[in-house]
Design a protein around this ligand. Sequence first.
Ligand code: NAG
Ligand code: NAG
Ligand code: NAG
Length: 309
Amino acid sequence: MIALGAVLLTVVSLKFCVITEQLYFFEVLTLIVVFSGGEAAHAVKRFTGLYTGPYFDPTTATNITTQLGTHAYLPCKVKQLGNKSVSWIRKRDAHILTVDRYTFIADDRFQAFLVESTETWTLQVKYVQARDAGQYECQVSTEPKMSHFITLNVVVPKIEIVGEPDRFVKVGSKVELRCVITQALEEPAYIFWYHDGQRVLKYDKSAIDIQLEREAPETTISTLVIYYANPEDSGNYTCSPSNLDSSSVLLHVLNGEHPAAMQRGKNSASPIPGWSHLSVALGLAACTPPRFAIAFTLTLAMISELISY
Ligand SMILES: *[C@@H]1O[C@H](CO)[C@@H](O)[C@H](O)[C@H]1NC(C)=O
Ligand SMILES: *[C@@H]1O[C@H](CO)[C@@H](O)[C@H](O)[C@H]1NC(C)=O
Ligand SMILES: *[C@@H]1O[C@H](CO)[C@@H](O)[C@H](O)[C@H]1NC(C)=O
């Protein structure tokens, strides 16, 4: 090996010394690097073995996605931590959240704990809120300090009863109310339906049924089926999953021969516009006297000014 190297070196140097001395030198350097490459890698490995200070496990996550309202766990895997401290810092406001197992923020949703078997200091964020999204820093108290950053993403599930918020159907027709939940990382444990505040139960499956389907990994659909709608089925229907907001529609069951009933239904469903007109009128009435008084005073002032000339 060395002999071959020497031969090569000689050949190369003979070739290049003709050109410039600098190039020759460069070539020799390159050869030395090539020949000692194997040994250098070996040296690096030995060095790693000797290093006794802390270092982050390269497999530690950097991007955690969690659902609004659930608990988030941000792992920080530190090898050879020794007696060093691990702190969690919120990047947004540089607030120190925890140092080892002590919490330094007046928000008891934040807590750090060590799982010794995996050498992982985990920051737990309970009941995650939208504003918790952002970067978090896991800092080890070495000199200088070492940091590992994790981004927390918060997904907000959406819930909707498909269609208009007011639903008009004829007596005797089949009604299907589809409640669609999307972007839910955690499937709701249950989805309840309420009719004017009363839980809807399917005592008689031929009259009322509730069907549940999980369409995509993050989509759940609950369908309330009324097979033969009666006027007393009218009212407010609310779809209420275990871990999310709810969604409502108003069902109006009409006697087919009276289209006017539809208009009535609409009006009784939204009494607010009438009230808002009234309150605007009241507001105007209340506003008028001072305005009138100001105008009156100004006019008087102008008149007295004119008179004084
Ligand atoms: C982190 O995860 C979220 C949700 O899975 C994804 O939308 C985003 O692109 C990821 N970011 C990075 C930097 O990988
Ligand atoms: C950590 O341990 C080292 C030796 O193992 C010691 O010199 C040092 O004082 C310790 N530091 C703390 C903060 O206990
Ligand atoms: C229907 O009922 C739900 C739950 O009681 C309520 O939050 C919602 O405002 C009601 N909707 C209407 C239009 O009355």
